[in-house]
Ligand binder design. Structure first.
Ligand code: GDP
Ligand code: MG
Ligand code: ZN
Ligand code: ZN
Length: 282
């Protein structure tokens, strides 16, 4: 469930066609089968797999505001503990995990497909989050990369628990990239640590220069902002300097890259950024 907006839903996983079993490079805590819910990613199975409790701003019959806040705090604390468990596994493997966050349609999947092609044979895997459909995982798999789709139902963000199960199934290779495309939403994914190394916010130039100011939590949480669809800037009077100034107003330390996933502008800098972050994991 979402402690921010109260969304909830049934979570489903689609790992796609099963690849041949590969021996693990060294023993680690990952184990198989999110579908079977064998909990081996660091938590006991004393939770009900319900993403359907109430939340702030949502009235739940019989629950006081104080109790709601208590429930929210407990959910975020549980998420943080599971995120740490994910982070330990990813750190042991030297995997660079990036949580791609944005509003719907900013170009996350397009950028990922282009990135995968450009990275060539670098080992990588993708976790796709959407409320419904496996369309994005299919787009990723069409590039030859491994992808698992998580459908969050009415849920509006991925959480560390879902990602833990996806990791059990994906088993990322040592020293590989793990790209996590979050559900398109500029609000709730900001609050949920997945165990990633960094959040990368994709903001397209058609969304308006004011968006960093209107959704500051997301851009404060992000290490890097990719200003995507720069090819469209002249057609929609986008002021790229104003985008950058507003990003820096909410997060003075944020790194910014001007990119067009369509034309390839800025891709070299993005790839350089990725390689540098992976090298830091050594
Ligand atoms: N002009 C232009 N269109 C883009 C660019 N990146 C993505 N798109 C288009 O934007 C739409 C949404 O892209 P998609 O990757 O599905 O966005 P997502 O919802 O963030 O995953 C698609 O029609 C893409 O072709 C870009 O750099 N330039
Ligand atoms: Mg997408
Ligand atoms: Zn939400
Ligand atoms: Zn679980």
């Amino acid at each position: 469930m979402c402690s921010v907006c109260g969304c909830h839903g049934e979570v489903t996983f689609d790992a796609g066609p099963k690849p041949a079993e590969k021996p693990l490079p060294f023993p680690h805590v990952l184990a198989k089968a999110p579908a079977a819910h064998n909990h081996s990613h660091g938590h006991h199975h004393d939770h009900g797999h319900h993403y359907g409790l109430g939340a702030a701003g949502v009235s739940v019959p019989g629950m006081s505001q104080a109790r709601l806040i208590e429930v929210e705090t407990s959910i975020l604390a549980k998420n943080d503990a599971l995120a740490e468990a994910n982070r330990r596994v990813l750190r042991a493997l030297g995997v660079l995990a990036l949580n791609l966050v944005s509003s719907p349609g900013s170009g996350k999947t397009t950028l990922l497909c282009k990135t995968i092609q450009a990275l060539g044979d670098a080992p990588l895997a993708v976790i796709e989050g959407d409320q419904q459909t496996s369309a994005d995982a299919d787009r990723i798999r069409a590039t030859g990369a491994r992808a698992i789709q998580i459908n969050t139902g009415k849920g509006c963000h991925l959480d560390a628990h879902m990602v833990g199960h996806a990791l059990d199934d994906l088993r990322p290779a040592p020293r590989s990239y793990l790209f996590i495309e979050n559900v398109g939403n500029l609000v709730c994914p900001a609050g949920f640590d997945l165990g990633e190394d960094a959040k990368v916010a994709i903001l397209s130039v058609t969304e308006g220069e004011d968006k960093p100011l209107k959704y500051p939590d997301m851009f404060t949480a992000a290490r890097l902002a990719i200003l995507n669809k720069c090819d469209l800037a002249p057609h929609c009077d986008a002021d790229l300097d104003a985008y950058e100034a507003n990003l820096r107003r909410v997060n003075p330390a944020i790194e910014i890259l001007r990119v067009s996933a369509r034309t390839g502008q800025g891709m070299a800098q993005w790839l350089e950024w990725l390689r540098a972050r992976l090298a830091e994991k050594a």
